[in-house]
Write a protein that binds this ligand. Structure first.
Ligand code: SAM
Length: 335
């Protein structure tokens, strides 16, 4: 191999990502955070095969994540410490091979065959659609809710800055996840009522949030699917929802909103877009492949979003690219 090819091979190698993910999955960084340990001790604590673990640790040492002290015990380096969930909870959640995000990353291995056969990699690898899988396993549900809740505050803040509400608004957050948007809106506007329409696994998390924030008088949760009839309201949010679905499904969701809303109602879509002009092209390209792999969705251009809105019998009334690069579209019934 030419040395340039070696660089490209190194860049493409899956070895370090998978060894790191293995270490995080068995909580090795957390165990070493408490102090140096022998590999035999680590193997016993993680219920691992000692010989295999020794080989994993050797690789981690060669790549700078752990070091061996003179007594032959394994200790974390500064780099290795960054894998500890106490240092970066989000990173460790993303790296765990048995978390929802970890499983999405694992399904990237199916890209070549997915490309040829137009299949969704996640379902091909795990035998279930992403949300069927997440909903069927409490640990996956917990990890996905945690990830959604982690990203929610920045979305909620931007939405509150840009969307005006009537005092009598009734907000339906369609696929509203852990309820942070409805909580944010109803905490800011004290007369507004809100409802999260969600699958049962996330509905439970939203109910818990409303109870914790003492919002149950004005906020409720409805278990259900956004492919079925939606509850009555006047403002329907679709935040980070449409990009998870191929066009046919995204259109069905929009049609459900259009059917449910009154003549003066509106749908507010918040998604990333291709070519936002905000310097987020690499992030959007990354999310686009992730959607392709996880659920068969896609990141869209503003024109593609407008086309979907129009096909659902609505028209775009306002659109803004937010500072983060997210695109906020307000749509109402077509006149
Ligand atoms: C990417 S998350 C976005 C959550 C939330 N809107 C936010 O911005 O944080 C997409 C949400 O859609 C929900 N979802 C997926 N399929 C659904 C369905 N058929 N009916 C209702 N919600 C669904 C998921 O449970 C998940 O919480």
């Amino acid at each position: 191999m030419h040395s340039e090819d070696e660089d490209v091979y190194e860049l493409s190698s899956l070895m370090t990502p998978w060894v790191l993910r293995t270490a995080v999955t068995i909580d090795l960084p957390a165990l070493l955070e408490e102090g140096p340990r022998s590999t035999a001790e680590l193997a016993a604590l993680t219920r691992s095969d000692p010989s295999t673990l020794t080989r994993i640790v050797r690789y981690l040492a060669c790549t700078g994540f752990v070091k061996e002290n003179p007594e032959g015990q394994v200790a974390l380096t500064g780099l290795g410490r960054r894998l500890c969930s106490s240092v970066d909870p989000l990173l460790s959640l993303l790296l765990k091979a048995d978390s929802a995000a970890g499983r999405i990353d694992a399904s990237l291995a199916t890209l070549p065959s997915a490309l040829a056969q137009g299949q969704v990699g996640y379902a091909r690898l795990f035998g279930k659609d992403f949300y069927q899988d997440v909903a069927s396993d409490p640990e996956l549900s917990r990890s996905w809710n945690e990830l959604m809740a982690d990203g929610a505050p920045s979305i909620v803040e931007e939405i509150l800055q840009h969307v005006a509400f009537d005092a009598s608004s009734h907000v339906i957050d369609v696929g509203g996840g852990t309820g942070h948007l409805v909580a944010g809106v109803t905490q800011k506007y004290r007369d507004i009522f809100g409802c999260v329409l969600e699958l049962p696994y996330a509905a439970a998390a939203a109910s818990a949030l409303f109870a914790e924030l003492q919002l149950t008088g004005r906020c409720r949760v409805q278990e259900g699917s956004f492919f079925d009839d939606l509850p009555e309201g006047d403002t329907y949010f679709l935040a980070s929802v449409l990009h998870e679905w191929p066009d046919g499904d995204a259109l069905k969701i929009l049609r459900r909103c259009a059917e449910a809303m009154p003549a003066h109602g509106r749908v507010i879509i918040v998604d990333r877009i291709v070519d936002s002009g905000k310097g987020d092209d690499a992030l959007v390209a990354n999310l686009d492949i992730m959607m392709l792999t996880a659920t068969g969705g896609r990141e869209r251009t503003r024109e593609e979003i407008a086309n979907l809105v129009e096909s659902a019998g609505m028209q775009v009334q306002k659109q803004t690219v937010l500072a983060s690069g997210r695109f906020l579209v307000e749509a109402g019934r077509a006149k």
